[in-house]
Ligand binder design. Structure first.
Ligand SMILES: Cc1cc2nc3c(=O)[nH]c(=O)nc-3n(C[C@H](O)[C@H](O)[C@H](O)COP(=O)(O)O)c2cc1C
Length: 209
């Protein structure tokens, strides 16, 4: 069950995303940095000119109800992520689900909803765009995998922008997966451009925000 203290999604969705910081950051969560997901994400990140953060190389421990893990790498990383308007979550499908580093990261977002001193920062997730990059050994990622992301984004008031998926049954193949990578790069760029236009419109129309 998600934490109950967060405002309901409907209220979160009413928040205007204007004033959102520009730029994107990509969070990679695979058991190997240069495996299928890492290589697919690197192609996408270079098309977008964005940084890739390897979650598996960070000290991010499991969610702790007592918050005894506040000294690990999660809080500073999350504060950095909050500086971007678009967040790309990348994970392989491991047993129909997201990988362990991604699960730990998503669970720990709860810290920003639990702790009064982090709540204002946590609310800054609202209105950001969230994207998913995934690899598996089938043509599509399983529904429970996709739902874990999209339901979480909806709960947090983030706008789901779409997904890139590569069937890596025969490994990652740059040529075979190029079209999907390029489609996704255009999708993320399109979202950023739309957001810039609506922010400009909001600035021009007094009282619109
Ligand atoms: C522990 C584990 C579980 C997996 N479970 C699934 C699965 O449920 N469905 C699927 O399509 N592929 C599954 N795979 C295959 C991976 O999703 C696929 O090989 C992926 O491209 C690996 O990415 P990586 O190199 O970043 O780890 C699994 C692989 C591993 C290692």
């Amino acid at each position: 069950m998600p934490p109950r203290r967060q405002a309901p999604v409907t209220a979160a969705r009413r928040d205007k995303p204007s004033g959102r910081a520009p730029g994107a950051i990509a969070l990679l969560a695979s058991s190997r940095r240069n495996g299928n997901t890492g290589r697919f994400l690197d192609r996408i990140a270079s098309g977008l000119g964005v940084e890739v953060v390897d979650l598996a190389s960070k000290r991010i421990s499991a969610y702790d109800y007592e918050h005894g893990n506040r000294g690990d790498d999660f809080e500073p990383l999350m504060k950095r992520v909050l500086g971007f308007g678009q967040v790309i979550f990348a994970s392989p499908v491991y047993w129909y689900a997201v990988s362990s580093p991604m699960k730990a990261f998503l669970d720990r977002i709860t810290d920003f909803l639990d702790l009064p001193e982090l709540l204002a920062d946590g609310r800054r997730l609202r209105g950001k765009s969230a994207f998913v990059v995934a690899t598996s050994i089938y043509e599509e990622a399983p529904k429970p995998f996709v739902d874990a992301f999209t339901d979480t984004f909806a709960y947090l008031g983030m706008r789901y922008g779409g997904m890139a998926h590569a069937n890596c049954a025969d490994g990652y193949d740059p040529a075979r997966h190029e079209a999907e990578a390029e489609r996704f790069v255009r999708l993320v760029k399109g979202d950023a451009a739309r957001h810039r236009r609506s922010a400009t419109r909001d600035r021009r129309e007094p009282g619109s925000s």
